[in-house]
Design a protein around this ligand. Structure first.
Ligand SMILES: *Cc1c(COP(=O)(O)O)cnc(C)c1O
Length: 449
């Protein structure tokens, strides 16, 4: 049940159902405000109805009616200041967008766009054309396709290359769960193909794949173990050797590293799989690539063509806002120098020690905290072993303890999500922008107040 169910209806009454210009001036915004009595009545009704239901069910709400009404007026999806130090935080929406990508989203949201129209010919175009050229240029692939997330890209790749009844060969070391219950054996089953497991959890050789290959083999699938590592007595077949085995190779590289950053060296580069000859390489748009949620497939003309005309492609299609952000993000990759500073995820990972130190000192002043040494993580199921050392601001938890302070910070406006270590609340400056520090400082005082 939506929180605004009984709130939206009465407010909509009396609104002219005509197409109007979006409000622009402060006066327009003021005129668009609802009358006090209508707003108050709608909110009070919804709050009281919920209370009545709760009381009848035997629950006594812990907050008072006014707090409940105030909470009801706040949007559910809110701005959050990420003070966790986890750069690609899935719970916090992963990658913040570059300024150019934000501008592209705003422009696409504002009116109409040539999403599926070829402006030269006036004929119907493909939404994929807006990013396919850039993706090919950046990865060296012949063809490319964008869908709504990385999981969709993997499912589509397997479904398009493996007809029902055919076999997909996977190393036991690659039969992983990515998160949210997305497990490779289930994905292959959903695609209608049969899974053929080869090798062991820690060691798989080319001979294992060769022994399993036969007439019904549709593809060899590799999956990057993004969120964990097997260490010690391990062996894997490199993508180059796998591509020489014969059947088409699908390489799910997970994060989508397009930049040449030393720090990202442990993650598989998209270009490497393309150069090796993988039929399809899949990766996410909003992990280390630093763009919007999207799933990207690059590869041979034939394999990508099969993906594009598969019925699932329509069910997974990318929306125009993500497409706008993706095109703008990819365009930044044309300039290797701009990438490090313009893409927020890469800028945060690559932040110089003196920048972090200065930010930590300012934050400590604003929040009345103390600068301590700490370790941040990449997050988003990438580089799980990488520890990013840097300063953090430790807050004295006060009489109610660290959990209570962390909760008060989360419930504030703006919400601040911090990390708790050693009984103290830590604010990590790596994932805060310079222009967020004042707000973070004020939020700490409000949470304590
Ligand atoms: C993250 C990940 C996915 C899923 O991508 P989403 O964009 O989260 O849907 C698939 N495969 C691997 C190896 C991943 O790391």
């Amino acid at each position: 049940m939506g929180r605004f169910d009984s709130f939206a209806a009465p407010l909509a009454v009396g609104r002219a159902p005509v197409v109007t210009e979006p409000p622009d001036t402060p006066q327009d915004h003021l005129r668009a405000l609802p009358a006090v009595h209508r707003l108050a009545t709608a909110v009070a009704r919804a709050e009281l109805a919920e209370r009545r239901t709760a009381l009848l069910d035997g629950h006594v709400p812990s907050h008072d009616v006014v707090t409940g009404a105030r909470e009801r007026l706040r949007p559910s999806l809110r701005r959050v200041l990420n003070a966790t130090g986890v750069v690609v935080h899935t719970n916090l929406g992963r990658a913040p967008l570059a300024p150019a990508a934000r501008a592209a989203v705003a422009a696409a949201a504002r009116g109409y766009a040539n999403v599926e129209l070829d402006l030269h010919t006036g004929a119907r175009g493909s939404r994929h054309d807006h990013v396919a050229g850039l993706l090919c240029q950046l990865t060296g692939a012949q063809a490319a396709l964008a869908v709504n997330n990385g999981a969709a890209a993997v499912l589509l790749a397997v479904a398009a290359l493996a007809d029902p009844g055919s076999e997909v060969v996977v190393s036991r070391g690659h039969l992983i769960e990515i998160g949210g219950g997305f497990r490779i054996p289930d994905v292959i089953a959903q695609a209608g193909a049969a899974l053929v497991e080869v090798g062991t959890t820690n060691r798989t050789r080319a001979a294992d794949y060769r022994a399993a290959m036969g007439e019904r083999t549709a593809a060899l699938l590799r999956v990057h173990p993004s969120n964990f590592r097997t260490l010690g007595f391990t062996e894997e077949v490199p993508v180059e050797a796998m591509c020489k085995l014969g059947p088409p190779v699908i390489d799910d590289v997970g994060s989508g590293v397009l930049a040449d950053l030393e720090l990202l060296g442990d993650e598989p580069a998209v270009r490497r799989s393309v150069r090796a000859g993988a039929a399809i390489t899949c990766f996410s748009g909003d992990k280390l690539l630093g763009g919007p949620q999207a799933g990207l497939l690059v590869g041979t003309r034939n394999a990508i063509g099969r993906c594009a005309c598969h019925p699932l492609a329509r069910a997974m299609r990318i929306d125009k806002l993500s497409l706008a952000a993706l095109e703008a993000t990819l365009a930044l990759y044309r300039d290797p120098e701009a990438v490090r500073s313009e893409i927020p995820v890469l800028a945060m990972l690559d932040a110089p020690a003196e920048v972090l130190a200065a930010r930590a000192r300012r934050l400590a002043d604003l929040a009345a905290g103390e600068v301590v040494d700490a370790v941040a993580r990449v997050g988003g199921g990438a580089l799980p072993l990488l520890e990013l050392e840097g300063p953090a601001v430790a807050l004295d938890p006060g009489p109610d303890g660290a959990d209570a302070l962390a909760k008060a910070l989360r419930m504030g406006d703006p919400a601040v999500v911090a990390r708790i270590a050693g009984g103290r609340v830590l604010l990590d400056p790596r994932t805060l922008a310079d222009d967020e520090l004042d707000a973070a400082g004020a939020a700490v005082h409000a949470a304590r107040g």
